[in-house]
Design a protein around this ligand. Structure first.
Ligand SMILES: *Cc1c(COP(=O)(O)O)cnc(C)c1O
Length: 344
């Protein structure tokens, strides 16, 4: 299907964060109470029932992780065990069939090996994005979970997130929209959460902001998530990040917290009242796509308040150090002391 993509001549460093066809995807069906064999497919499409629960009642969950090529030529997949755990939690959260961790692992490794020529070279700044997803397949009209599921993994090479360098951007606070409900699906990686964020994200982008910093959906007093990413700040030398049950537990955030502790930086996961933005020294959004995306200024669109975080337009020293360390571990340039990489 992708004979047209010549990986010998690809301009890796200028790839977008977008879909590019590769050679294979892998698929596995759950039916009659068990997972079937893993299928290697060259098709970019799937066939499903018109009444499938994924289409009608949003039974769709996904993951996102990356594989990198190191200076030694080896491929490293970052913390796939954590994605395996998280997609099981997501499945339980919306009554889908949890994927066995071994099956998840086997399929991730298999799809990366099958598409090895799409793992970008070391030094390009690009990586192979891995996108597992599970969908409910059973035909239903009444609202009820499916009893048949399909778990698939596709991959796509993606370019470096910061093409013009690691530079802070502006974000905004908007009270008109919530991404998730207080006891809703925010803690799981559910497609519907993204649907709920599209309108707000679109408005923010058209006003020149890179993302919306959501407040907690119950009281609108505390910081929650930054678009499809977690938020962290550096305050008086400490790493602070919001703790709330409507936040998706980011594996990048978890890793940055560990790196911070390794560097002797104290970590606080707690409610962060919006007023505290006045006293922070650095801030960033974090997730697999960018690792950490530094924030220059936060505009509260409802009150007109502006919180200037990086007046010189430069990323802060601690954010930069955390970013460089995590990237270094992913690429194999720094020692992987916590055993985060699966080296192929
Ligand atoms: C995926 C995701 C993140 C980032 O998680 P990582 O595991 O770090 O990639 C953060 N917030 C939301 C809402 C997400 O869906």
């Amino acid at each position: 299907m992708s004979a047209a993509v010549n990986t010998e001549t690809l301009d890796w460093a200028n790839l977008a964060f977008g879909y590019m066809p590769t050679d294979y995807n892998v698929r596995c069906r759950f039916a009659d109470g068990k997972w079937g064999p893993v299928e290697e497919s060259t098709s970019e499409t799937i066939e499903m029932h018109i009444a499938a629960t994924a289409l009608h009642y949003g039974q769709e969950i996904f993951e996102g992780l990356k594989a990198f090529r190191g200076k030694d030529g080896k491929i490293r997949i970052f913390r796939l065990e954590e994605n395996a755990k998280r997609i099981r939690e997501s499945a339980k959260g919306i009554m889908m069939e949890p994927i066995p961790e071994d099956l998840f692992r086997e399929m991730v490794i298999r799809v990366v090996k099958l598409n090895e020529r799409f793992v970008p070279p070391y030094g390009s700044g690009a990586s192979l994005y891995i996108r597992p997803l599970e969908i409910g397949m059973s035909a239903r009209i009444g609202v009820k979970p499916a009893d048949e599921y399909m778990f698939m993994i596709m991959v796509s090479p993606v370019g470096p997130y910061f093409k013009e360098g690691f530079r802070p951007t502006n974000i905004c606070i908007m009270r008109e929209f919530d991404r998730v409900a207080p006891k809703g699906t925010g803690r799981w990686k559910v497609g519907g959460n993204y649907a709920a964020s599209l309108d707000a994200g679109d408005r923010a982008h058209s006003l020149g902001y890179s993302a919306v910093l959501y407040l907690d959906p119950k009281e609108k007093k505390y910081l929650d998530e930054c678009g499809p990413a977690n938020f962290f700040a550096i305050k008086e030398g400490k790493y602070i990040t919001p703790a709330s049950e409507s936040i998706l537990p980011s594996i990048t955030n978890m890793s940055l917290q560990q790196i911070a502790r390794d560097l002797g930086i104290e970590v606080e996961a707690r409610h962060i009242p919006i007023e505290e933005l006045d006293s922070i020294d650095e801030a960033a959004a974090c997730g697999t796509a960018a690792v950490a995306s530094p924030i220059a200024r936060i505009d509260d669109l409802d009150t007109g308040r502006q919180y200037v975080i990086a007046p010189d337009g430069q990323p802060g020293p601690i954010t930069t150090r955390l970013y460089d360390t995590l990237r270094g571990i992913q690429l194999g340039d720094l020692p992987d002391t916590h055993g985060w990489n699966t080296v192929l």
